[in-house]
Design a protein around this ligand. Structure first.
Ligand code: HDE
Length: 703
């Protein structure tokens, strides 16, 4: 007996002694004691001992009678729900949408009636191909799904960060997704399109060529969710009080501008911080830097649709902004992280069919298919037709219906009549005036399995996209295609892709063929419609040409050594704060360094835990001795060499020269290397950082 009591005491003592609390600066402190809440079973029974299962004697067998143990393990065994079949890896945040002005002329949607109205919102960003635990910087499309809890029901704009899609008809969705997911026999590669089955399918599917150009562009490796555009992709309808319809396409534009990383950087970020995008959103929101987007609409009528070069129902095509100018109609601000990732981000159910009165669908066959899929998939994933009872999915406006019972029903009707019409005067009734009415489009035709001829041009907009990119971005597309196809083992697939590229841009096709060692160029793929070369470039499609010219929201990595200039660090911090940017200190030891004024500068990262790929620009605040020491640290040399190779701005004190030289970087190589001789030089450095990258350098670091 004495021995048993002693064992129990030692086990519990370590648990209750101390707790952690967060200080004002976010730092963790230890305090004595813990909460006064009693631990109970899920049935509410108080628990006396949560450290030991019930046994016959201290070393004997465990008893099945131990209901607490059984309940605890049972619940744990059932913690996981199926991950999303696509877009499994995602990260969400709460916020609001603020309407700029009334759009009553175009739509009776309540959310667009009053200027200044704020509507609660939840947004989930995601990658498409990878599983829930995959890394953030995969080359992939990003999901950009917005749920607006309007006064007339939830409106979900389930979009992507790319305005077009791989396929034209939803019936091909399982095929394109199967092809990009890990190959079924070997179970890899994870979260990557660089493999045979993906490119096999793509090369046999000419309609995907426009999308492929986007996915091979920098759009597919964004620096942050905060720096991405979002697109509703399909043509939708707005319908006003007189039942008149206007076609609409939705675009979200980030206030801080667009920015992407380079591929070599993405590969390294995935190792250094697989949660790079999650952490970025978390840090921004937790520190009060709320990301913001403007919702823009491209509005057009039937006459435009009839005369436009392409079919507005074809999701592999876009309408250039120069042809139909986007009109800003409101802003989306994300200002609160979920309290619980599972309850909110994992269980949120977005559905294209969630539209309020005043918003309606077009006949885009991809959209029509999605309207089935999103309801269906929630049942599989969330396990009950009552998934709308989960707080994250429930409307925030009054709602009344006669749906009842089922697994886990939480809102249950009261009263006698659970049907209508009824004579008891109970329950809700229809609202013919304000209720949802489908736009009464006149449809007429034979039942056929056909693709419209107006969908047949698969190359012209791919060429237009390529021609709209800067030289640097065009090079990135060529490099991405060469990289991806270099991982494809079957020569026939590589060649088939080159034959498609010949229809898009001959120079691009030749560059990629050359990198792949294809000496004999195949002939161009047969095209159903002769590819057009006369479409005007659309400057709005380039990321680099539309740079924000601001460093706001970006982050500098500052490598420091003992004896460093404390005044310089302070000046840098002040200048970055004024710019709306942040910095993190990196040193050889996590304990940090002692500066020239004897203050201790604590490091956020050790040098091998804080590579320069995690930052938008770097600064080397080093003494001669400090730099000499760091020349012997491979991670410090990589820090500098990578920053240079990734075309970042590098500020450096004279003392940093030995490290620059050892890393193979000529301190006078270009204007991206900014000497930080004294505090006065800091402003010039921060000003250069506004360009984000010195792209002119790239030709000297990437062949
Ligand atoms: Fe999705 N898609 N999708 N998709 N999609 C899903 O729904 C589907 C498509 C998009 O953060 C699934 O709840 C079909 C285009 C986003 O929870 C599923 C087709 C666009 C998200 C589904 C498409 C998207 C999804 C999986 C071809 C951009 C994540 C889990 C017709 C406009 C939402 C789920 C979130 C998720 C089906 C094509 C965007 C299976 C059948 C085009 C952002 O229902």
């Amino acid at each position: 007996m004495a021995r048993r009591a002693m064992t129990k005491k030692t086990n519990t003592a370590t648990i209750h002694d101390q707790s952690l609390v967060r200080g004002e600066g976010g730092e963790l402190h230890q305090i004595a004691a813990s909460s006064d809440k009693a631990l109970t079973t899920a049935q509410g029974t108080p628990i006396a001992d949560d450290q030991n299962s019930l046994k016959v004697g201290a070393r004997g067998p465990t008893l099945i009678e131990d209901f607490h143990f059984r309940e605890k393990i049972f619940h744990f065994d059932h913690e996981r729900i199926p991950e999303r079949v696509v877009h499994a890896r995602g990260y969400g945040a709460h916020g609001f949408f603020e309407t700029y002005k009334s759009l009553a002329k175009y739509t009776r949607a309540d959310v667009f009636q009053r200027a200044g109205e704020k509507t609660p919102a939840f947004v989930r960003f995601s990658t498409v191909a990878g599983s829930k635990g995959s890394f953030d910087l995969a080359r992939d499309v990003r999901g950009f799904a917005v749920k607006l809890y309007t006064q007339e029901g939830n409106w979900d704009i389930v979009g992507n960060n790319i305005p077009v899609f791989f396929i034209q008809d939803a019936i091909k969705f399982p095929d394109v997704i199967h092809s990009v997911k890990p190959e079924p026999d070997r179970g890899f590669p994870q979260a990557q399109s660089a493999h045979d089955t993906f490119w096999d399918f793509i090369s046999l599917t000419p309609e995907s060529m426009h999308m492929v150009m986007w996915v091979m562009s920098d759009r597919a490796i964004p620096r942050s969710f905060r720096f991405m555009q979002g697109f509703g992709v399909h043509t939708f309808r707005l319908v006003n009080a007189s039942d008149e319809s206007t076609f609409v396409k939705f675009i979200w534009k980030p206030k801080l501008g667009m920015q992407s990383v380079v591929w070599n950087e993405a590969v390294k970020i995935n190792g250094a911080d697989p949660d790079f995008h999650r952490r970025d959103l978390w840090d921004a929101i937790q520190s009060g830097n709320f990301p913001e987007w403007e919702l823009c609409v491209q509005l057009f009528d039937q006459e435009f649709a009839d005369n436009f070069d392409f079919d507005v129902l074809d999701a592999t095509k876009l309408i250039p902004e120069e042809v139909v100018a986007p009109i800003p109609v409101g802003r989306l601000v994300l200002d609160r992280m979920p309290d619980n990732f599972f309850a909110e981000t994992e269980q949120v159910a977005f559905m294209t069919q969630n539209v309020p009165p005043g918003v309606d669908f077009s006949n885009d066959p991809l959209l029509q298919g999605r309207n089935f899929s999103y309801l269906d998939t929630q049942l599989k994933r969330l396990g009950s037709s009552n998934f709308t009872h989960l707080p994250i999915n429930a409307p925030k406006c009054p709602f009344h219906h006669f749906q009842q019972d089922g697994h886990m029903a939480m809102h249950n009707p009261t009263g006698r009549a659970n049907y209508q019409p009824n004579s008891f005067g109970e329950g809700p009734r229809e609202s013919p005036d304000r209720g949802f009415r489908s736009f009464a489009d006149g449809e007429d035709g034979q039942k056929v399995r056909l693709r419209a001829e107006s969908f047949a041009d698969h190359y012209s907009q791919a060429t237009q996209f390529f021609n709209s990119q800067t030289f640097v971005e065009q090079r990135h597309i060529a490099m991405a295609l060469a990289f991806e196809l270099s991982k494809v083992e079957a020569p026939v697939i590589r060649e088939r892709m080159i034959s498609h590229l010949l229809n898009i841009d001959e120079g691009l096709a030749r560059t990629v063929a050359d990198k792949l060692g294809i000496a004999d160029m195949p002939r161009a793929a047969d095209a159903a419609v002769t590819p057009r070369k006369d479409l005007e470039p659309s400057p709005a499609l380039s990321i680099i040409a539309n740079g924000p010219d601001r460093f706001e929201g970006r982050k500098v990595g500052v490598l420091v050594s003992n004896g460093m200039d404390a005044a310089l660090l302070t000046a840098l911090q002040v200048a970055l704060e004024a710019e709306g940017a942040t910095m993190e200190v990196i040193a050889l030891k996590a304990g940090g360094v002692v500066a020239d004024d004897d203050t201790t500068i604590v490091a956020r990262h050790m040098v091998d835990g804080g590579p320069s790929v995690l930052f938008d620009a770097v600064a080397l605040l080093l003494t001669d001795d400090g730099a000499e020491l760091l020349t012997r640290e491979a991670a410090a040399r990589d820090f500098v060499a990578d920053a240079f190779a990734h075309c970042k701005f590098i500020g450096f004190t004279p003392g940093a020269l030995p490290l620059l030289i050892k890393a193979g970087v000529d301190p006078a190589a270009d204007e991206g290397l900014v000497p930080l001789t004294d505090a006065g030089a800091v402003d010039a450095y921060v000003e250069s950082c506004r360009k984000l990258r010195l792209w002119a350098r790239e030709v000297s670091v990437k062949v």
